[in-house]
Write a protein that binds this ligand. Structure first.
Ligand code: GAP
Length: 422
C-alpha cells in the first residue's frame, strides 16, 4: 500500500468521531461488514441526496426503489447465474482460499495450489419455511436488474418518451472472495445506479454525455479522478463498452464508478426469459424497438471513502477534514463560550434559527480550542462562537474551518453570511 499510514489514521478518526464502526464489534466483528455511525450516516445520506438530486432534477430522469430479492429467473436472464464468477483456488500448504490473480498463493507465496474453479458471487437464501431448490432465491448483486424488469411499468405509468432514465439507490450483495480496504470492497454495499434508455443510433452520443455529467458531479463534490477505459477482454458480460472513473486511494488508483454501454443486452434477455415484450413504441415513427441502455453505477461506500481520503489533511497543529460544505455532516457548530444562562439562551436561539436550513451541532463544554479541533476533525465548515460581548453588541465570532480566520458578525446578518457561504 502506497500510504498505509493515511488509511490507518483515517480509520482511527472515523471510529473515534462516529463515522464508521466494525460491525457486531462486541462479538469480535464480522469480516468486511461495517456500521455507519451518527456522523457517517449523516454524511452518507448527504451523498445519496446529492446524487439523487443531481439525477432527478432532470425532467427525463425518474426514480425507483425495487426489492432486493427478485424472481430467481432474473439472474438467469441477466447472465449472473452463469457468468458472475471469480476464479477460486486453495493453497495446499497454508490452506488459505483466495481469488486467483497470479500463479501462486498471495498468503504464503507457495505455488502448490489447486486448479482454479469458478465461484459464483451471488448470495443465496431460501424464500419461506422450506429449504429446497424450488425456494432458492438470491440477494441482488446489482440494483440495475430491478430497473430493467420495471422498464415498461415506469415508462407507461409516467408517460415517458425515450430518451429517459431511471435512477435507484439501494443495497447490493456480493460474496467477494477477497473483500478489502475497509468499506472499499465489502460483501454488502450501497449502489447508486441510473439506467438511461436511448434509441440505438443515439447510444454512443449518450455514452459520452453521461461520462461528462458524472465528471461534473464528482468535481462539484471536490474530487479529482482519472478515466480508465475497458479493453474488450476486460468488459463485463453485458457491456459493449465501458469506462471506469478511478480515484487515487491510499493504496493505489482504483475503481470508483463505472459507466457502461449495455446495448440491448438486458432488455432482450428479459424478453426472452419472461416471454413478455419489453419494447418501446415510438409514437412519432410508429415503430416498436428495444432501446439501448447507458448505465452509470457508483458504490455509495466507495464514494464515502474517496471523499474522506481526499478531505483528510494533517496540518502542523491539527487534523482537518476539508469536506465540501454541501455534504459535511455538520455544517455549522454553535459554541457557547460559557454555561451562563444568558449566553446559553442566546446560543440556543441562534441554533434554532440556523437549524431550519443547515445541519447544526451545539456544544457548550470544554475549552474552545478543543472544541474547534473536534469540529475540524469532523469537517464542520463554520463555527459560531457566542461570548459575553455577544450579549452587549449582538455580534458573534464566525470561524472558517479552512483558513481558521475569525470574523465578528452581527447575529442579524448570519443568514445572509451563510447563504453566500454554502
Ligand atoms: N450494474 C453495474 C455494476 O454493478 P460494477 O462495476 O460491478 O457494475 C459498480 O459495480 C460499482 O459498484 C463499482 O464501481 C463500485 O463503486 C461499486 N461496487 C462494486 N462491487 C463492490 C463491492 N464489493 N463493495 C463496494 N462497492 C462495490
Amino acid at each position: 500500500m502506497k500510504n498505509q499510514s493515511l488509511m490507518t489514521k483515517l480509520l482511527a478518526l472515523c471510529r473515534a468521531r462516529g463515522f464508521l464502526f466494525p460491525s457486531s464489534e462486541i462479538y469480535g466483528g464480522l469480516n468486511s461488514c461495517w456500521d455507519y455511525g451518527p456522523l457517517g450516516v449523516q454524511l452518507k445520506n448527504n451523498l445519496k441526496r446529492a446524487w439523487w438530486t443531481d439525477m432527478t432534477k432532470r425532467r427525463n430522469i425518474t426514480g425507483l426503489d425495487s426489492s432486493i430479492i427478485m424472481h430467481p429467473k432474473t439472474w438467469e436472464a441477466s447472465g449472473h447465474l452463469e457468468g458472475f464468477t471469480d476464479p477460486l483456488s486453495d493453497c495446499k500448504d497454508c490452506k488459505n482460499r483466495f481469488r486467483l490473480e497470479d500463479s501462486c498463493c498471495p498468503h504464503c507465496g507457495s505455488s502448490n495450489i489447486t486448479k482454479s474453479r469458478n465461484f459464483n458471487l451471488m448470495f443465496k437464501t431460501f424464500m419461506g419455511p422450506v429449504e429446497e431448490d424450488s425456494s432458492l432465491v438470491y440477494l441482488r448483486p446489482e440494483t440495475a436488474q430491478g430497473i430493467f424488469v420495471n422498464f415498461l411499468n415506469v415508462q407507461k405509468s409516467m408517460r415517458l418518451k425515450i430518451p429517459f432514465g431511471i435512477a435507484q439507490i439501494g443495497k447490493a450483495f456480493r460474496n467477494e472472495i477477497t473483500p478489502s480496504h475497509s468499506i472499499f470492497r465489502t460483501r454488502e454495499f450501497g449502489q447508486m445506479e441510473m439506467q438511461f434508455f436511448t434509441p440505438p443510433e443515439e447510444s454512443d452520443k449518450w455514452f459520452e454525455y453521461w461520462r461528462e455529467e458524472r465528471e461534473k458531479q464528482l468535481l462539484s463534490l471536490g474530487l479529482t479522478f482519472r478515466w480508465k477505459d475497458h479493453s474488450s477482454k476486460d468488459l463485463a458480460h453485458y457491456s459493449k463498452k465501458a469506462g471506469d472513473i478511478q480515484f487515487e486511494f491510499p493504496w493505489d488508483w482504483d475503481e470508483l464508478e463505472g459507466i457502461h454501454h449495455r446495448g440491448d443486452y438486458d432488455l432482450s434477455r428479459h424478453q426472452k426469459f419472461s416471454g413478455k415484450k419489453l419494447q418501446y413504441f415510438c409514437p412519432e415513427k410508429k415503430i416498436s424497438y428495444t432501446p439501448y441502455v447507458i448505465e452509470t453505477s457508483i458504490g455509495t461506500g466507495r464514494l464515502f471513502l474517496a471523499l474522506l481520503c481526499s478531505a483528510y489533511k494533517q496540518e502542523e497543529e491539527r487534523v482537518v477534514l476539508k469536506l465540501s460544505p454541501h455534504i459535511a455532516p455538520v455544517q455549522i457548530a454553535i459554541l457557547a463560550l460559557s454555561k451562563k444562562t444568558d449566553l446559553i439562551d442566546l446560543s440556543q436561539k441562534i441554533r434554532v434559527d440556523l437549524e431550519k436550513k443547515y445541519f447544526v451541532d451545539y456544544d457548550d463544554s470544554g475549552s474552545i480550542g478543543k472544541r474547534y479541533r473536534r469540529q475540524d476533525e469532523i469537517g464542520t465548515p463554520f463555527c459560531v462562537t457566542i461570548d459575553f460581548e455577544s450579549l452587549e453588541d449582538k455580534k458573534v465570532t464566525v470561524r472558517d474551518r479552512d483558513t481558521m480566520k475569525q470574523e465578528r458578525i452581527s447575529i442579524d446578518s448570519l443568514p445572509s453570511f451563510f447563504l453566500k457561504s454554502f
